[in-house]
Ligand binder design. Structure first.
Ligand SMILES: Cc1cc2nc3c(=O)[nH]c(=O)nc-3n(C[C@H](O)[C@H](O)[C@H](O)COP(=O)(O)O)c2cc1C
Length: 490
């Protein structure tokens, strides 16, 4: 077959070829050959694909900026179909992670979703509308004031024709705009003009993420119902930068989208559940603290599993290095006293699951300045006092949730200690885990590791679960909680 010189084709045809090629994972030349071969072999007739292509070309030429009705991807693109028929409006903000948004488009289309893209002016400094358009197979929207779009109130239509709005990467700027009701470009106006759910995947420098202004904006957005996925901790794209602020990976964002759009009946819908997770840090002085080996993996997994069953989960997390679970509202604390305050402020609730490894003691008087090492004086002696017992406090509270679950990490006498804890703390059941070296769970052990072996201790007796991944423990526990809550009327 003679070679095809793409650059000699006119712009419309090139644009269309580019989109079809991206859709089918081919080069543009290959795509053109496939279409020509099909034409020569009579595979496309008057009602076939070439006619369709010609029609599309006319539409493109006539109204390049008009929104075509958004339709879900089908055929080869709809690989797994978990988002089949769903329409996602993806807003790409101006951050380095914008390149990951391109992969997200692919992942969503693979799952059968139709993806329409809005890009901010800053986003276009990082990735092109051409790439986003080729991957989404749709026009990419960038302008608030657009003669073609605005005659049909483009920003309202963009929101109306979507099932979910996803902001990835969500810049500090976009978060600030929505938290404060600004609407001065297409992205912020669509976000303000929508009544659909909004999922944000923040990505920014760790200092921007931990800035009090960004923290305030995030809290406001969560109160307003915006759902967050990530950010994670890790290496940043900028050299020598690490910390919290990395955008969640496209597959994690796709999973959060699937969870948000899952319309199957959920057993915990309408139930509010408090979960605590991670260790606490008890200060000795401004730079030193007493901590433990808890990673937060089990507590975070339980929070995520409960959210999957439809619960309104409020997670209170001590300092951990893992990301906040998606679709969960997380409060971050450092000390046991802060954790107690945060938990109490979340009452009343239908259930509370106390997974956090709360320090039993803290120093009586944490020093205001760094304790200096003075030659000849020896080490300082730390006077310890008892921390409040958060589980017992809630277990005996007049606002006690209908179901209270505690965790007991023990290195000896696991069952008898868990039974004693059950009575003393007013819990309905205790999830007991053996955190000794003898537990037989891998070199990293239960605390910090990925596996767990638990026993459910209740008045009814002891139920032993086999060793499994922490995610599996979480799924089983969430199902057990859903089962128990069925019998508890609010
Ligand atoms: C090289 C570079 C990288 C940037 N990366 C980020 C980022 O990851 N997250 C962020 O919030 N802002 C980042 N910014 C700043 C935003 O681009 C800037 O705040 C912009 O106004 C955001 O616009 P938008 O929210 O409309 O997309 C970056 C800026 C530059 C120059």
């Amino acid at each position: 077959m003679a070679s095809i010189t793409i650059r000699n084709l006119d712009d419309e045809i090139k644009d269309l070829l580019r989109r079809l090629a991206a859709e089918n994972d081919r080069s543009m030349e290959e795509q053109a050959r496939v279409m020509l071969r099909a034409s020569v072999e009579g595979q496309v007739g008057s009602a076939g694909r070439l006619d369709q292509i010609e029609k599309t070309l006319h539409e493109l030429a006539g109204s390049r900026q008009q929104a075509t009705p958004i339709v879900a991807a089908s055929g080869k693109a709809a690989l797994r179909g978990s988002l089949s028929g769903k329409r996602i409006l993806l807003i790409i903000g101006g951050g380095i992670a914008a390149y990951k948004a391109l992969d997200l488009i692919r992942r969503l289309r693979e799952r059968g979703a139709a993806v329409r893209v809005v890009m901010t002016a800053a986003a276009q400094e990082f990735v092109t509308t051409l790439s986003a358009g080729a991957l989404s197979a749709d026009h990419v929207f960038t302008q608030l004031f657009d003669r073609n779009d605005e005659h049909d109130v483009g920003h309202i239509r963009l929101s109306r024709e979507a099932d979910l709005l996803v902001v990835a990467p969500a810049t500090a700027d976009l978060m600030a705009k929505l938290a404060n009701g600004h609407a001065n470009d297409l992205a912020s106006t669509v976000l303000l003009a929508t009544d659909k759910k909004v999922l944000m995947a923040p990505a920014m420098n760790p200092k921007m993420w931990s800035h009090p202004a960004t923290r305030r904006n995030r809290a406001t957005l969560q109160k307003d119902g915006v759902v967050f996925v990530g950010p994670a901790k890790g290496e940043m794209a900028e050299s020598n930068e690490a910390g919290e602020g990395r955008m969640a990976e496209p597959l994690e964002i796709a999973a959060a989208i699937e969870a948000l759009l899952d319309e199957r009946p959920k057993p915990l819908a309408g139930r509010r559940i408090i979960v605590t997770s991670g260790p606490t840090h008890e200060p000795i002085d401004p730079v030193r603290y007493i901590a433990n080996r808890s990673s937060g993996k089990q507590g975070h997994a339980i929070a995520a599993a409960l959210a999957k069953l439809g619960a309104d989960v409020r997670l209170v997390s001590g300092p951990v290095t893992i990301a906040d679970p998606a679709c969960v509202i997380t409060t971050h604390v450092e000390t046991a006293a802060e954790m107690k305050g945060a938990v109490e402020s979340l009452l009343p609730a239908d259930a509370a699951v106390f997974v956090a490894a709360v320090a039993d003691w803290r120093t009586a008087n944490a020093a205001g300045e760094k304790i200096k090492k003075v030659a000849g004086e020896g080490p300082p002696s730390l006077q310890m006092i008892e921390n409040p017992d958060i589980l017992a406090g809630v277990g005996h509270n007049r606002q006690r949730p209908g179901l209270v679950v505690g965790f007991a990490a023990e290195t000896q006498d696991l069952i008898s200690n868990a039974e004693a804890k059950l009575k003393k703390k007013g819990a309905d059941f205790i999830v007991a885990n053996d955190v000794s070296h003898e537990s037989g769970i891998g070199p990293s052990g239960v605390m910090g590791g990925d596996r767990n072996k638990v026993r459910i201790v209740s008045k009814a007796g002891v139920e032993e679960w086999p060793e499994m991944g922490k995610d599996e423990v979480a799924t089983r526990l969430a199902a057990l909680i859903a089962e128990r809550l069925k019998t508890i009327v609010v």
